[in-house]
Design a protein around this ligand. Structure first.
Ligand SMILES: Cc1cc2nc3c(=O)[nH]c(=O)nc-3n(C[C@H](O)[C@H](O)[C@H](O)COP(=O)(O)OP(=O)(O)OC[C@H]3O[C@@H](n4cnc5c(N)ncnc54)[C@H](O)[C@@H]3O)c2cc1C
Ligand code: SF4
Length: 441
């Protein structure tokens, strides 16, 4: 341990470039040809395969595994991409341990599933490396559709509509498309600018125009879009973040985890990115794990994740929790923040233990902290939106909102898990419904 690691405060350069490159390398190295063949050999090609049912995009998993086994990974990729146009990113970020691989019969029998996610990546990477886009556009329909949000939901919707021959304009508030694939997913899950390369590849279908730095509510209104287009899809994700109400939460050094993660994803040189020596992350979801693990990888000395409920209630999967522990993150459960202490900047954060019903127990403790990340949930932001169900846009069936001609999907819409793969499925299904509605009209 050297002086840089021990230095107090929020500082850059705790680790040198070589150490950072090693820390942020691809979490799972891609399978080679032989490894992929060996992995396919474990599949039973089950009839009524439970892995298909467990996949939110219903990919025909035994079929694509057989296609890899028979030496046609490009055909396997087409099987995947037909159901999930962001199959490359999903192969990197899906919590397969709670989806297809959890359902795999070999997981139940032997505690070792077929490596579906890694095989999916092998197939999609093979095809994308050839620069091939395996879909083409149908004859133009003359219909124009506006999509708000160039995240997984918006991109999946836009691609399916373009395939049907519609013209699509995607509006996104940020300077780059990709949504959380570009600004949120942990850097070690999406290396070598994969998010941007995948968007570029997806756009090869043609018929999709992306307008960045264009926010609904700021640069364009719902009325504008409903007036100018034949249909509207809302896929703007959850742009707001929940506030921390503990006294002192406005002190310097108390930050939103999603902002830290976005800065990290956009940094060209990670050694310039400042991080605390004693970092505390509040929350129990994927965002909390990602902020904690990446702080540690940037060289923070002590990183502690604190969650108000038990481990079994965490949104982060057991696999993600184990990853955090393996990287040296301490996890404290059943504790809620009650005060942030410090003179201007945070020095300590105080927690109170809670029981299983979140009742305070009166037992408190303090953690030294020069940086605190809030990862306590995101919220929908925007005005003049269709009716809400709780804190999201209410949808029925394939993303129909309370307003005729307006569909929604992904994190901003009710129902479904807040996952990349779910957003893709919802965007795709809404596109199918939009297409059917426009062709009936
Ligand atoms: C830190 C973090 C890590 C995650 N890790 C994983 C993971 O490992 N695996 C996984 O499956 N899921 C993960 N998720 C969840 C996953 O990223 C989301 O479920 C998914 O991105 C949702 O897609 P979306 O298209 O609905 O929204 P988003 O990806 O949020 O995209 C919405 C887009 O809309 C744009 N937008 C917002 N407001 C407006 C507006 N007013 N006008 C125009 N455009 C607007 C945004 O700029 C953005 O580009 C993670 C989430 C976070 C926050
Ligand atoms: S459940 Fe497992 S063994 Fe059966 S088809 Fe799916 S991946 Fe293959």
């Amino acid at each position: 341990m050297d002086a840089r690691t021990l230095k107090e405060g929020i500082v850059s350069g705790r680790l040198d470039a070589d150490a950072l490159n090693a820390s942020f390398a691809d979490l799972h190295a891609p399978l080679g040809d032989h490894e992929a063949l060996v992995a396919t050999d474990r599949c039973y090609f089950c009839h009524d395969a439970p892995c298909i049912t467990a996949c939110p995009t219903d990919i025909d998993i035994p079929l694509f595994i057989r296609q890899i086994a028979t030496g046609t990974p490009e055909a396997a990729a087409k099987t995947i991409l037909t159901q999930n146009i962001l199959g490359g990113m999903c192969a990197r970020v899906c919590p397969t341990e709670t989806l297809c691989e959890e359902a795999c019969v070999r997981e139940a029998a032997e505690g070792e599933p077929v490596r579906i996610g890694r095989l999916q990546r092998y197939a999609t990477d093979t095809l994308m490396a050839q620069g091939v886009h395996p879909f083409s556009r149908a004859a133009p329909t003359g219909k124009r559709i506006a999509v708000v949000g160039a995240g997984p939901a918006g991109l999946a919707c836009a691609h399916r509509l373009a395939m049907y021959g519609h013209d699509v304009v995607v509006f996104d508030a940020r300077p780059k498309p990709g949504g959380l694939n570009e600004y949120g997913i942990a850097a070690y899950k999406s290396t070598e600018d994969f998010a941007a390369r995948e968007v570029e590849w997806l756009l090869q279908i043609g018929g999709i125009e992306i307008r960045t730095d264009m926010a609904l509510g700021r640069d364009v209104t719902m009325d504008d879009l409903q007036g100018a287009y034949d249909a509207l899809f809302l896929g703007m994700g959850l742009g707001g973040v929940n506030a921390l109400t503990a006294p002192g939460a406005d002190k310097d050094g108390v930050l939103d985890a999603v902002d830290f993660i976005a800065d990290l994803r956009q940094a060209t040189d990670l050694s310039t990115l400042p991080v605390g020596r004693d970092v505390v992350v509040i929350g129990g979801g994927m965002t909390a794990v990602d902020a904690a693990v990446q702080s540690k990888l940037l060289g923070a000395l002590n990183v502690t994740m604190v969650y108000r409920r038990g481990r079994d209630r965490m949104n982060a999967s057991v696999w993600e929790q184990d990853l955090a522990s393996a990287k040296g993150v301490r996890i404290i459960t059943n504790a809620a923040p009650v005060a942030v202490h410090g003179n201007g900047s945070v020095r300590e954060i105080e927690f109170e233990f809670t029981d299983d019903d979140l009742n305070p127990t009166g037992q408190t403790f303090r953690l030294a902290a020069d940086q605190v990340f809030k990862a306590i949930g995101q919220t929908l932001s925007g005005e003049d939106l269709p009716d809400l169900d709780g804190r999201k846009i209410a949808v029925t069936g394939p993303g129909r909102t309370s307003v005729a001609g307006v569909w929604a999907g992904g994190d901003c819409a009710s129902g479904g898990d807040d996952l990349t793969v779910t957003a893709v499925a919802e965007g795709r299904d809404a596109a199918e419904d939009i297409h059917a509605a426009l062709m009936r009209a």
